[in-house]
Design a protein around this ligand. Sequence first.
Ligand code: B8X
Length: 238
Amino acid sequence: AIKHRLWPEIDRITLEQLHYARLEVGTGSWQLFAEDGDMRMYRREEEADGLVVDPLKACHVVKGVTGHEVCKIFFSPEYRSGWEATLEDMTVVENISNDTLVFLQTHKRIWPASQRDALFWSHIRKVPDEQDVEAQDLWIVCNQSTEHPEYPANTGKCVRIYLTVCLVCQTLVNPPKENEEINREDITCKITYCSVVNPGGWAPAAVLRAVYKREYPKFLKRFTNFCIDQCKDKPIEF
Ligand SMILES: CCCc1ccc(-c2ccc(S(=O)(=O)CCO)cc2)cc1[C@H]1C[C@H]1c1ccccn1
């Protein structure tokens, strides 16, 4: 199949993000800022030309769903309004392939920051885990801000944010007894969520940090609960 003009960038950034997500939080100056059950959220305080661009890394363990199921829900437009609470509007502006879409999203205004929108490609991929033959394959979704001639930045009411996000999931299967079916009690999904968001226009550092501190734990908890709910009555998709 002919590859899209963005393909080299999509491939490079997806593999870079996979590598970055797999780095242990022991390395580098990660600061634990939220904990909820098995969820641990870390951030690094970083600024780029006076703007807060704190990298975030969240690690979570969710029972009863596979990495394929979680990544598919995160990637697919039809589920997004079910878990993305801050979404005001979402459009798929380009259908590059069955595993790569371009989204335009406007998020609800978070006082006192002005309203934001994001234009990004989103790519889902299964990654063979050559190291650990025991574990199932890894699944990754990578979201990366991009340009589009029909959707220039900062022409309407919204400030355009620039994001690089990845969701990396690994399925762990607890082998059932002899010749018994694997059921949802036997599967666990190890989730790593990484994001670096440049808020675009200026917003006070204290305001942004408060928004992220409040919104990210809510977002990941809501998203993973949505996945459990969506999958519980369906056949397991590895
Ligand atoms: C001032 C900038 C605020 C701000 C920046 C960024 C984002 C944001 C966009 C996309 C993604 S995602 O992971 O790609 C899932 C697809 O929607 C996550 C977060 C949201 C807000 C706003 C709405 C607040 C928020 C912050 C953190 C998590 C969720 N919502």
